[in-house]
Design a protein around this ligand. Structure first.
Ligand code: FNR
Length: 379
């Protein structure tokens, strides 16, 4: 009711409500290059489509008369209680979307008590993001560099600047075939965007002939050499453990056998994700992969999920299929494009309000206790 009351005198500049409206407005304010960098996927976009349609294969079966006056949205992970089962997904190069960039998003999350996952490819170094977030909860996403000194240094810096978990993205040892970006000849990194963590890193800088301030082109060329590491295998996980005491989550797990390997190699959690359909075209959707993986993991470690979360009911379905929490990617970026950090907050607030209402109306009181019994498989 509060939401409707505050809307009684409509302001013509009022922020959008519908996800589709946010996306459309973002399209209006962004140039082709940045817009398609965000909205596009790998190849012909089949995985992106599948990420959304997978949610239609499950329907919620509401229960009645179950006293849903007090509802609990909290979830526990790694010894901490989080207000909501939602995190801001790691997203690089946010400066191409809005001048507030990563700092706007990070501040927005800090004010709401939503963990912000800072990307290795953030515009500004992780220390700056940490600074604007104060004591608020933040995770760091690692792109595992070919240069082990850079990887070790990133882990150390994240620990020193108050990040409380490390998300290791496994699905991007190379950037995928992204047709729109190729068509638009648009790769933000080559314009010097998203390399802030690298250019300020002592290990990275020590390998350059001249400091990036003197020779930015060579520094970026060096970045293209060390960014990803297609040679990694499961045996390398031990390297991460050696260099951080923080919980380690592997992002990009889609096969139950990889979930098992993750447990065998002693990581602390996984994120079921196909990078929002940006890496393998024609891949299994994240939601479709989730049930087999939660069955394999048997609650022994947190299993988070992203790729396709747009509305409250999506969160409910992922949680009912065993997710511990979900991450939200593009919706936050459309919010950022339209209204900076304020837009990110509005998008997240809408998803939370929708999720809370949908949970209550489905006769459920607790996010953490949702289970498969509230779902029906429609196909
Ligand atoms: C991403 N994603 C991503 N993931 C990651 O681990 N590190 C990164 O730097 C980025 N960068 C990035 C940029 C942009 C523009 C997008 C859209 C996505 C993937 C992201 O964390 C997440 O997995 C997906 O965005 C989730 O899917 P949805 O919510 O966008 O459907």
């Amino acid at each position: 009711f509060q939401v409707y009351q505050t809307m009684q005198n409509p302001d013509p500049d009022r922020l959008p409500v519908l996800y589709e409206e946010w996306e459309k407005k973002a399209r209006d304010v962004l140039e082709d290059g940045p817009y398609y960098y965000v909205a596009g996927g790998a190849g012909g976009g089949k995985t992106m489509e599948a990420n959304l349609s997978a949610f239609d294969q499950w329907s919620i079966v509401p229960r009645m008369l179950r006293n849903v006056e007090d509802r609990d949205l909290t979830v526990d992970m790694f010894g901490q209680t989080y207000h909501y089962p939602i995190l801001h997904a790691p997203i690089g190069v946010q400066s191409i979307i809005h001048e507030e960039g990563d700092l706007g998003s990070a501040r927005a999350c800090a004010e709401m008590g939503i963990p912000f996952t800072a990307s290795s490819a953030s515009t500004v170094p992780m220390e700056k993001i940490a600074e604007v977030m104060g004591d608020a909860s933040r995770w760091f996403q690692l792109y595992w560099s070919k240069d082990p000194d850079v990887t070790a240094s990133f882990l150390q810096r994240a620990e020193n600047s108050g990040y409380s978990a490390i998300v290791v993205t496994l699905d991007t040892p190379m950037l995928a075939w992204r047709e729109y970006d190729l068509k638009n000849v648009y790769l933000p990194f080559l314009l010097g965007e998203g390399v802030g963590n690298y250019l300020t890193d002592p290990a990275f800088r020590s390998k350059l002939d001249k400091p990036p301030e003197e020779d930015p082109t060579s520094a970026i060329m060096h970045w293209t050499q060390v960014f990803g590491n297609p040679g990694l295998t499961w045996e390398d996980i031990g390297f991460l453990r050696k260099h951080t005491t923080l919980p380690i989550l592997l992002k990009g797990v889609l096969h139950p056998d990889d979930a098992k390997l993750a447990m065998d190699h002693g990581v602390d959690g996984i994120i079921v994700s196909n990078h929002g359909g940006r890496q393998v075209d024609g891949s299994i959707s994240a939601l479709e992969a989730l049930p087999q993986i939660t069955k394999t993991v048997q609650g022994k470690m947190p299993v988070l999920m992203d790729s396709g979360i747009r509305r409250g009911s999506d969160v409910l379905k992922a949680m009912a299929l065993g997710a511990t929490a979900v991450l939200v990617g593009r919706p936050c970026m459309y919010g950022l494009a339209v209204a900076g950090g304020k837009g990110v907050q509005e998008v997240l607030k809408n998803i939370i309000a929708d999720m809370d209402l949908t949970m209550g109306l489905a006769g459920q009181k607790s996010m953490a206790e949702l289970d498969r019994k509230i779902l029906n498989k429609t196909t």
